[in-house]
Design a protein around this ligand. Structure first.
Ligand code: HEC
Ligand code: HEC
Length: 210
């Protein structure tokens, strides 16, 4: 809509307009209708399965200790979040976790790595664990709990190095089974549909409110 007056001005200004007009028309025709709510909900189902996979949920925890393994056992050596999410001064994550996974030849049970390995900081825990899909969905969109991100910013964030690690988690750990490209595509379908959420049991929604 907004482009119309500009196109008209260009028209008045001559040949450039003649060149641009077909593009303007084609862009309008190509504008896709937003995915329907049902499509968005179906896409979120896949997104939630990824977010709650052990590779992701082991850092997206309600308490202060990261978890390990598919079983989600508390991290050894009493590792905790610390004031910035990087662990406590005496035992920061970086003592053991580097910017990349150790070489495969080191075998299993080595500390995995990705740039800036950390937990979400206190106050912004971004919990994915112990929530129904509806609760997870509401919480994900809650700007007071997600670092002030709108849906577009959330899409941008799923390109994060810690997120990508879930598909290359090092020897002995199962990667997220849904292909990364499919996860991204479903995430976009969900946000394009306006971020619809599965219903949350009555009485629960209040405890999720900021
Ligand atoms: C090593 C710990 C760690 C792992 C593993 C991890 N994350 Fe995160 N995640 C974080 C941190 C830290 C943040 C906050 C980053 C920031 O705000 O810049 C975050 C933020 C997010 C956010 C934004 C959440 C919100 O509410 O805004 C999403 C989405 C996310 N992670 C998805 C994933 C997915 C999907 C996986 C698995 C494939 C994953 N994470 C694995 C540490 C982790
Ligand atoms: C003393 C060393 C050490 C410190 C410090 C440490 N870790 Fe670990 N961490 C490890 C080791 C070793 C493993 C691998 C365990 C295995 O596979 O047997 C691991 C595994 C993990 C896993 C499990 C990945 C998975 O999906 O199974 C997460 C998540 C994790 N650490 C997060 C953190 C965070 C966040 C911090 C800082 C707050 C931290 N760790 C501090 C040694 C450490």
């Amino acid at each position: 809509m907004r482009a119309a007056p500009r196109v008209l001005t260009l028209l008045a200004s001559g040949t450039l307009a003649a060149a641009l007009l077909p593009f303007a028309l084609r862009a309008t025709a190509a504008e896709k209708a937003a995915p329907a709510r049902a499509e968005g909900l179906a896409a979120f189902d896949t997104v939630a399965n990824v977010l709650q996979h052990p590779r992701c949920r082991n850092c997206h925890i309600p308490g202060d200790a990261p978890l390990q393994f598919d079983a989600g056992l508390p991290h050894t050596q009493n590792v905790v979040r610390g004031s910035g999410g990087y662990g406590v001064p005496g035992l920061p994550c970086a003592t053991c976790h580097g910017a990349a996974n150790p070489p495969a030849s080191y075998g299993p049970h080595t500390p995995p790595g990705a740039p800036g390995w950390q937990l979400p900081p206190p106050g912004l825990e971004m919990v994915f664990i112990g929530l129904s899909k509806g609760e997870l969905c509401e919480r994900l969109k809650d700007k007071s709990r997600n670092g002030g991100r709108d849906l577009a910013a959330l899409v941008h964030h799923i390109d994060d190095r810690l997120v990508r690690w879930g598909w290359d988690p090092g020897v002995g750990r199962a990667p997220v089974p849904v292909p990364y490209e499919e996860f991204v595509a479903k995430f976009k379908t969900w946000t394009d549909a306006g971020g619809p959420c599965p219903a949350v049991a009555k009485g629960k929604i209040a405890s999720l409110a900021p």
